[in-house]
Every structure is written in C-alpha cells, then in structure tokens.
Design a protein around this ligand. Sequence first.
Ligand code: HEM
Length: 181
Amino acid sequence: MKKNYLTATLLTLMFLLIPLSLSAMDYKHTLEAKDMQFSWTIEGDQIHVKLSAKTTGWVAIGFDPENAMEGANIIIGAVKDGKVKIEDHYGDRKRGHTSDEELGGKNNVLNPSGSEEDGVTTISFTFPLDTGDKYDKPIHPEGTSRVMMAYGAGKDSFKTRHPYRTNYEINYSTGENKKIK
Ligand code: HEM
C-alpha cells in the first residue's frame, strides 16, 4: 500500500516536472541584434536554436554566407494560424534562396516549434552540426564563423523580402560576437 502511494507520488511529480523542464529550456548564449534575438546551445553534435523578431512574417538565420546570401545554410520559419512551418533552405544565389528539398537535398530541421504573440514571432529548432547534405554547411563550434539574420514583413510567405537583415561574426562556443554589416 505504502509502495503504491510512493509510486503514484513519484509519477505525479514526473508528469509535473517534465513539461516544466522542456518549456524552460535555457539557451547558453544570446545574440541581441537591433531587431532580432538569436539564442543557442551547442550540445554534442547538434545546435539548439531560438530565433525571434518583431514581425508577424518569417524569421530566418543563415549560417556561413559567402557572397551576400549566397552559400548560406538558411533556416526560415513562420507561424500561421498557430501552426509553425520551419524549412531548411540554401542561398543558391546572391539575392535569394531555395529549399534544400527543391534542390534535391533534405529538410534537416529537428524538433521544430514556434509561436506568434503580440506581433513577435519566435521559432525554435535543433540542427545537426554536420548533416553531410551538400545544401547545408558544417557548423564549427570553435573559432569565428559568419552568421546572418533577417525577418520578413507581415506575410508568412518565404518568398517575400526582408525589411531587416544583418550580419555578425560569432564564436558559437564562447558566445562572443561582433556586428559586421
Ligand atoms: C525570398 C526572400 C529574399 C529576397 C527576395 C532577398 C533579397 C535580397 C536582396 C535584393 C538583397 C540586397 C539588398 C539589400 O542588401 O537589402 C539582400 C541582401 C541580404 N539578405 Fe536577403 N532576401 C531574401 C531572404 C533572405 C533571408 C532568408 C536572409 C537571412 C537569413 C537574408 C539575408 C540577407 C542579408 C544578410 C543581406 C545583406 C547581404 C550583404 O550585403 O552581405 N535574405 N537580400
């Protein structure tokens, strides 16, 4: 009898604590750009990302751009009618991007989630540091990398342009970052 009571108490505690620990996921580093926030944690061979901006349109991050948007591994997401859509894209030209799936690669985004509240869109997802997909780029936790961020204006379509975009140099391990454009 005593044992049953103990098991029931433990199970209740577990059900109460598990959602709490997931919703309160703490990110190790945060980059505060003028109009956007990028938080991340490197864990093993993955990066956990949270991205938010004051927009009801899309928010996006581009890892390792080479020439304007070209060469970047872009993750873009939006929330429409409470539903989140996050896609894995590639900067296949200087002024645009196409989904990896359309290019013949894969959408490697894991655990997509998001919300839109008071005009602020937030997405979160996990991404492997090295997918092996030719339309992604390995993310190197050590050293300096380039990262770009942008958000769209109002519409959720991924084809609309950005009223805001920015470029940073970043060290994913230490969190050090510097605006470069
Ligand atoms: C279909 C959607 C998009 C269109 C049509 C578009 C178009 C353009 C154009 C015309 C420029 C050059 C003019 C300017 O500097 O504003 C540009 C620059 C830029 N875009 Fe996009 N863009 C799109 C999506 C994105 C996304 C998803 C990101 C980020 C994740 C992004 C990041 C940037 C950045 C950082 C620059 C400045 C590049 C530099 O000067 O080095 N863009 N884009």
